[in-house]
Design a binder for this molecule. Structure first.
Ligand code: ATR
Length: 275
């Protein structure tokens, strides 16, 4: 019996159990995936006890992605660059971790708009939090020439852009209108558009007709940004695919099978989100 879990504070809202338990069933694995509510400050001791608790590994959700890093023996370059880890597994007695949010975001883009790299010279990332940091890293490392980080607080956008001199720059959200005609790929990483939050208010009529529009928000499944972009004829990329794709490496490490992100899985998680 192989066990894994997600740790967070809070953790009830986490949807990874639906994803992993679907794969456990699909691949006929003797295993389970649960939730563990871990207080801030207790992440290191939980991870050090992982084996004694019977776990092969775990996912790390908010707010533990930084705290977990300090407890690990090995981390991948993406987790090291971002200072955030979301997937942990045991290799003999070594605690290993990686950041799968970035490859998950890129895999979702690849799946939805396979030619996106060829079409993207200039990407515009809305937001400057942890999610934006990961996405800017992923875009720059995928060869996107220029990334503009756009944020309500300009200083946070400047801090992210400063990591990639010559490749990234910063802009205040209030000035985004003038930038839209030059965006090949527009990505929302802010909480705007999420259920219960105000919608993003952008003059989408200024986008080039072939601009790609992506959102990492997945509740609702299609944000008002994506609804409007789709109505205007843009290729759109929803946030749910990123959630599903980021789960793949963890499952493979714990249960030994590389799982597929299928239509069935999309429908299952979408049904849960739509409640
Ligand atoms: P995460 O780490 O999950 O990406 P975060 O650090 O809380 O989240 O960042 C949330 C992002 O949404 C930030 O870019 C935030 O802008 P500020 O840095 O200016 O706070 C953005 N955001 C949240 N609410 C917003 C609002 N009402 N208007 C504009 N931007 C907003």
């Amino acid at each position: 019996m192989t066990k894994a879990c997600v740790i967070g504070w809070p953790v009830e809202h986490a949807r990874s159990p639906i994803i992993h338990n679907h794969w456990i069933k699909t691949y006929g694995i003797t295993g389970s995936y649960g939730r563990e509510l871990i207080e801030p400050g207790k992440v290191g001791s939980f991870l050090k006890n992982l084996r004694d608790l019977g776990y092969a590994g775990c996912n790390i959700t908010v707010p533990h992605k930084e705290e977990a890093l300090a407890a690990l023996d090995d981390i991948d370059p993406t987790a090291a660059a971002l200072g955030a880890v979301n997937t942990v597994w045991l290799d003999q007695d070594r605690l290993c971790g990686m950041n799968t949010d970035v490859p998950g975001f890129l895999a979702n883009l690849d799946e939805t708009v396979p030619e996106w790299t060829r079409r993207t010279t200039h990407a515009v990332v809305l937001g400057a939090g942890g999610a934006a940091r990961g996405i800017v890293y992923g875009l720059v490392n995928s060869g996107v020439e220029t990334v503009t980080v756009v944020n309500r607080s300009l200083d946070r956008a400047e801090a992210v852009a400063a990591i990639y001199p010559g490749r990234a720059r910063a802009l205040a959200m209030a000035d985004v209108g003038g930038l839209l005609p030059r965006a090949d790929l527009l990505i929302n990483t802010t909480s705007l558009g999420m259920k219960g939050q105000p919608a993003l208010d952008l003059p989408l009529d200024r986008l080039k007709p072939d601009a790609i529009v992506a959102d990492i928000v997945y509740v609702p499944l299609k944000t008002s940004l994506l609804v409007e972009a789709e109505a205007r004829g843009h290729a759109i990329v929803g946030g749910l695919g990123m959630l599903l794709h980021q789960a793949v490496p963890g499952f493979e490490h714990w249960f030994g099978v590389k799982p597929e992100v299928t239509r069935d899985l999309y429908d299952l998680v979408a049904a849960d989100i739509e409640g």
